[in-house]
Design a binder for this molecule. Structure first.
Ligand SMILES: [Zn+2]
Length: 284
């Protein structure tokens, strides 16, 4: 190996790199701004993208992780960078991007970024923790979705496209509903009730539940959905009230939930809120 490379060739390479950078840089840079994930965004989603960047005072970062629990998610890094992640295995679409942008917008408005349980009387087990996280996520996201899906629909996008597909699988039995718990069945119907804008599909799903003898979960889900639609949450405080009411109605026989407090954390230009929920076993 020659430790002293010839200066001229090195300079030439640098010069070529500089040339190449100049030749290709300007247009694609504009393009990648307007085409996150390679998707050409419509004017309203582009506007939303810029609004979110203004709120966070940082560019939105995009990521395609190979392993992601959900299809897509929005996170805020410690330095306050808004990030949209779309799993490598799913297609990035405008509706997915707009959906995550709206989550980011709501986080910046003070809606709970994460909900952490505090179990009373030593009842914290990995199973309880997992059940809480899963349930809290479906309920909290369900309420947020109920709040912003009309906006997505008004932008000409179909936010529940993906969920309708999941329901088809559910009807065909491939989602193994027999293995689902009462709460799991209730959560599925709750999600369908408040996220899917298709009365016929909801009716079919209700018939399916009744035919399988799932009247309990069906009624429980309907009560939760009514809590959302009757209270019409429109602020972080009201969203949390409705969240608690839904959680309490879902686990009314066994557990009681209440808010212990919320902790704001400064991340860059915004504050993210972690809400701590006390989980207590009900006396039998
Ligand atoms: Zn969502």
């Amino acid at each position: 190996m020659n430790p002293f490379p010839k200066v001229p060739s090195c300079t030439l390479i640098s010069f070529l790199i500089v040339l190449a950078t100049f030749a290709s840089c300007s247009p694609p840079r504009e393009e990648s701004r307007a085409q996150p994930f390679g998707i050409l965004l419509g004017p309203e989603t582009t506007k939303l993208w810029h609004e979110v960047e203004a709120l966070y005072r940082r560019p939105v970062r995009t990521e395609r992780p190979s392993e992601l629990e959900t299809n897509a998610e929005a996170v805020v890094t410690d330095d306050g960078t808004p990030v949209i992640r779309i799993g490598e295995s799913v297609a990035p679409t405008e509706v997915r991007i707009a959906h995550e942008l709206l989550h980011l917008q709501m986080v910046s408005e003070g809606f709970a970024y994460s909900i952490e349980p505090r179990f009373s009387s030593g009842s914290v087990t990995p199973e309880n923790l997992a059940l809480f996280r899963r349930t809290a996520e479906v309920v909290h996201n369900g309420i947020l979705h109920w709040m912003f899906y009309p906006k997505l629909r008004s932008m000409g996008l179909n936010p529940s496209e993906e969920f309708s597909g999941q329901l088809d699988a559910f009807f065909l039995g491939s989602a193994a509903p027999d293995a689902m718990t009462k709460q799991g069945l209730a959560l599925n119907f709750f999600k369908a009730s408040i996220e899917v804008d298709d009365a016929k599909l909801q009716e079919q799903l209700a018939d399916h539940y009744l035919a399988r003898g799932w009247e309990g979960p069906l009624n429980s889900a309907r009560a939760m959905a009514e809590t959302v639609t009757n209270n019409r949450p429109d602020s972080p405080q009201r969203e949390m009230d409705v969240f608690l009411e839904c959680m309490n109605s879902l686990f009314k026989e066994s557990v009681r939930f209440s808010v212990l407090g919320q902790i704001p954390r400064q991340r860059g230009a915004i504050q993210v809120f972690t809400v701590t929920v006390l989980v207590e076993a009900r006396a039998r």
